[in-house]
Design a protein around this ligand. Structure first.
Ligand code: SF4
Length: 271
């Protein structure tokens, strides 16, 4: 009996995930038909991770990201959406000092799309009677920390959607170019096996993230000459990236959201 209740709940949750995926894909197609959008997007990737995932506690201890429960107490699952840009959009930004017009337009188009997708996911959760909350707004930015308080990327990392790269870029199986967003839901949509995660060395995971992001102060940083030369802000040296210099350069491009995504010149280099 208990097993059939579990199976039924699993099936219901899988149905909800399918509804979310279909609604998000349709939302992207709709948005691309609108006059305001000139960016080509590829099929979205949607990830689910439990708010109980111990990485969130570790992120909080390290002061690199809020815990989902500090944003929304009933939130048990973080739903993350990643909408990839077409390859030509990423390639248009390779080289030069200024972001390409296509890259800049994709930044704005995807910001509006991401907000729309949040609304679509919330509507879908409303239809199935679930509670939900947003995680942040696109213009949340902490000047001192040179980052947002909530990180879609760290949530996506916990969900197994990709890895970190230079300047905190996030590399999915569909590349680094795209837009991440997230929503918190009260239902348990992500399976969570505490025993599986006991195997993880959280300290090592955090060190990997820091080393791969190549911000100064992390262990074992290796940076190539090409990456140093690609930075128009002089923020990259062999010791890593100076976050303040990166932020200063990005602020010249976007005063409201001075994140590395508005520049992205170094994202092509793994070292
Ligand atoms: S200013 Fe641009 S190229 Fe330099 S580190 Fe920041 S994102 Fe990378």
């Amino acid at each position: 009996m208990a097993k059939s209740v579990l199976t039924e709940s699993f099936n219901i949750n899988e149905n909800v995930k399918k509804r979310i995926k279909d609604a998000v894909s349709e939302g992207i197609r709709d948005f691309q038909r609108s006059r305001e959008c000139s960016t080509g997007f590829k099929e979205p990737v949607i990830g689910y991770v439990s708010a109980k995932h111990p990485l969130f506690m570790k992120y909080l201890d390290e002061d690199i990201c809020l815990h989902p429960k500090t944003i929304y107490r009933p939130g048990n699952t973080v739903i993350i959406h990643f909408v990839p840009f077409e390859r030509k959009t990423a390639e248009s930004n390779r080289g030069g000092k200024e972001p390409s017009p296509e890259w800049t337009k994709a930044f704005y188009d995807s910001m509006h799309l991401s907000m729309k997708l949040n609304g679509i996911i919330c509507d879908t959760l409303d239809e199935v009677g679930r509670l939900h909350s947003g995680t942040n707004i696109p213009t949340d930015w902490n000047e001192e920390k040179c980052r947002e308080e909530w990180s879609h990327k760290l949530a996506a990392y916990a969900a197994g959607m990709g890895r970190f790269g230079i300047a905190g870029s996030f590399h999915t199986e569909l590349g680094f170019a795209g837009r991440l967003g997230s929503i918190l839901a009260d239902e348990h949509y992500a399976s969570f096996e505490e025993k599986d995660l006991k195997m993880w060395d959280m300290e090592q995971v955090i060190n990997h993230i820091k080393t791969d992001s190549k911000y100064k102060g992390a262990e074992d940083i290796r940076v190539s000459r090409q990456a140093i030369e690609a930075c128009p802000g002089g923020a990259i040296s062999k010791d890593g990236i100076d976050r303040k210099l990166c932020q200063a350069r990005c602020r010249q491009i976007n005063d409201m959201i001075p994140s590395p995504e508005v520049c992205g010149k170094c994202f092509f280099y793994d070292r």
